[in-house]
Design a protein around this ligand. Structure first.
Ligand code: IPD
Length: 264
């Protein structure tokens, strides 16, 4: 029987190896492999290579577990555990030479659906920034050796992060959401990697974060980091499965943001 700690340590080991590969490939030059949902939604050769490395390591170490990856899809397992992987979150940053990209690996229990799974361990590793965020169930969130705690906004308002989907048709709606939350914001950041946004909420760097349309691999590890740092995650419109809204922050800020996003 593998402990939760062992699963976290395995996720850390693989994320560091994968992150190093991504960083090395970035230095050698980025090759675009394809576009996905729109011209802005790109995949690089490195995304595929890094996911293949992670998958191969997991097959060798945990042959009975399931897998859900951004680039290679889902494969059910028989152990009840599934590894949810974004090999390079922040691919546009990666391709454009911004250092804000990361490897995101989570291991979850139960159905591989965000509403149905129970988080077991999560790791977000940003190789070009040299930062490793980790969490295990009931064990808190950590940046290296430092325990993390979500922040409470100061008198100037909340420092918020957000993101915009790759489909230009959705930008007007996303900007309308920004307009609704700005009265409680001191400022807004668009970092370009949702897993890092969530890790920054866990670390109290951002007070809160909201984005529509994120995929399970974008949020699996980061949501766990937020919850284990005393924060909350909400999905105000569960019926909208294709462009579901994710809201993160302290429980009080999440309640405030959800109200504003819904237009209450
Ligand atoms: C993207 C990033 C980005 C977010 C997009 C995601 P990818 O993930 O997290 O910040 O705005 O919605 O798809 O494509 O770089 O793995």
């Amino acid at each position: 029987m593998t402990s939760v700690r062992d699963l976290r340590l395995l996720a850390v080991e693989i994320a560091q190896e994968a992150g190093e590969l991504a960083r090395r490939r970035r230095e050698e030059g980025v090759a675009l492999a394809a576009t996905k949902s729109s011209l802005a939604d790109i995949v690089t050769e490195a995304d595929r290579e890094v996911e293949a490395l992670i998958r191969a390591r997991l097959v060798a170490e945990r042959p009975g577990d399931g897998f859900l990856g951004e680039e290679s899809g889902a494969e059910p397992g028989e152990s009840g555990l599934t590894w949810v992987v974004d090999p390079i979150d922040g691919t546009v940053n990666y391709a454009s030479g911004f250092p804000s990209y990361c490897v995101s690996i989570a291991v979850v229990e139960g159905e591989p659906e965000p509403e149905l799974w129970t988080e077991v361990a999560g790791v977000v590793f940003a190789p070009a920034l040299g930062e490793l965020f980790t969490a295990e169930r009931g064990g808190g969130s950590w940046l290296g050796e430092k325990r993390l705690q979500v922040s409470t906004p100061g008198a100037a308002g909340a420092l918020l992060g957000t993101g915009f989907g790759y489909d230009p048709a959705t930008h007007d709606g996303d900007l309308a959401t920004v307009r609704r939350v700005m009265p409680v914001a001191r400022d807004l950041r668009r970092i370009g990697a949702a897993a890092l946004d969530l890790a920054y909420v866990a670390a109290g760097r951002l007070d809160g974060f909201f984005e529509r349309g994120l995929k399970p691999w974008d949020v699996a590890a980061g949501s766990m980091l937020v919850r284990e740092a005393g924060g909350a995650i909400a999905h105000p419109d569960p019926a909208d499965v294709t462009r579901r809204m994710t809201v993160a922050g302290s429980p009080a800020l999440v309640a405030e943001l959800v109200g504003r996003i819904r237009g209450d």
